[in-house]
Design a protein around this ligand. Sequence first.
Ligand SMILES: NC(=O)c1ccc[n+]([C@@H]2O[C@H](COP(=O)([O-])OP(=O)(O)OC[C@H]3O[C@@H](n4cnc5c(N)ncnc54)[C@H](OP(=O)(O)O)[C@@H]3O)[C@@H](O)[C@H]2O)c1
Length: 438
Amino acid sequence: MDQPLRLGLAGLGTVGTSVIRLLREHEEALTERAGRPLRLVAVSARDQTKDRGVALDDLEWFSDAEALARSANVDCVVELIGGEDGVARSSAMAALAAGKSLVTANKALLAAHGVELAAAAEANGAMLSFEAAVGGGIPIVKSLREALAGNRVTKLFGILNGTCNYILTRMESEGLTFEECLAEAQALGYAEADPTFDVEGLDTAHKLAVLTALAFGVTIDKESIFVEGISSIAPEDIAAADELGYRIKLLGVAQETETGIEQRVHPTMLPKDSNVARIAGVTNAVAVEGDFVGSVVLSGPGAGGDATASAVVSDIVDCARGFRAPPLGKPVANLRPYQRARMRAHSGGYYLRLTVPDRVGAFAAIARAMADQSISLDSIVQRNRPAGAAPRRRSEELRAVTIITHDTTEQAVRDALRRIEAEGDIVGQPQMIRIEAL
Ligand SMILES: NC(=O)c1ccc[n+]([C@@H]2O[C@H](COP(=O)([O-])OP(=O)(O)OC[C@H]3O[C@@H](n4cnc5c(N)ncnc54)[C@H](OP(=O)(O)O)[C@@H]3O)[C@@H](O)[C@H]2O)c1
């Protein structure tokens, strides 16, 4: 087949302009690989006058992305606008309703409406591909959907947000605070002016919701994800983790349990020598455990215009080849409804850091509260004074207590902490970080 595939690109920002450059720089090789030319014919963005560093002269300009999606001159719509609703959603739906192929990098859209989009693609015989939506340049979507299709996946976990991994890496290597590393990440352009979405774990949750559906063959359910960010991580947690042979990472984890599938995003202590713990800076990584293959780890750039464009163009090539897989790995009718495993039933080890008044019996009361919840302790260490705390009078002196538990449940730990707080045995908020046994 040598009919060109006619592309309409909606969104000419960081990713959109990189996609244009890639299509142009590798035109010949892509034509050979795809078996037909990939021809960009139309684009859409808000501001037609902006200089984007790429020539747009020969392209049809649409100020309305939905009109581009419906254009009879376009075979494949590439949505690179972003956002879970608005024009990204309406143009995606318009493309699929018209039976056109849709390539998108939009994790927010997929996490919120992925099943609806997959159903629309199926109903209209259209292709829907989103390799770039999770893990940027890491080919995790195709790996789950195609290369690992022979396996029953039991667990998936990963570092899915480069901003958080950069901050945690710098906290460890430089001994800096969260706030100092965030400011540095913002100055380097790794973090947004409003970093909430990244540092509070919401971006990771969107990506995890999509990966869970692909890995476990279930419907997408981002609302059920337990989410905790990294803003409470203190230098003393990083130092304690280091001493104990761990490294703290913000992980997204999806795991089969007896009661359902756990989906959780939270700071996690990982053994330092594990593959994922070694991932530093803005790099992302995803580990998949399959019953036949064992453990597979993919790592690489999780964001950035060029790396993301690499994934977008791989989907465009699939489209030109006529390759079509069910978007979520199974026909929508075969997806199981997502069944949530309650976070309180989560089982694992815990790191706790408590600030305790220097009072006879306070330390013993903490140990008793743990024992009464059948929590067995791997270690309990008391230090003279929490890091950064100024010396006080003897009667007001504080102690930092660090506890590592053996496997227990989230419920037991929360109940023990509630009692310790209620009995006045600690000062301030306790710190609790889950330990992931790998
Ligand atoms: N950046 C990354 O590293 C990365 C990585 C993975 C996935 N993604 C995903 O890729 C998508 C694009 O991200 P990005 O970083 O390239 O975003 P971006 O730089 O903010 O670009 C967004 C583009 O969308 C255009 N746009 C906004 N509203 C529009 C509308 N109503 N109609 C038509 N065009 C409109 C903007 O037009 P103007 O330029 O005229 O304002 C801009 O060109 C998002 O879904 C994002 O989550 C990004």
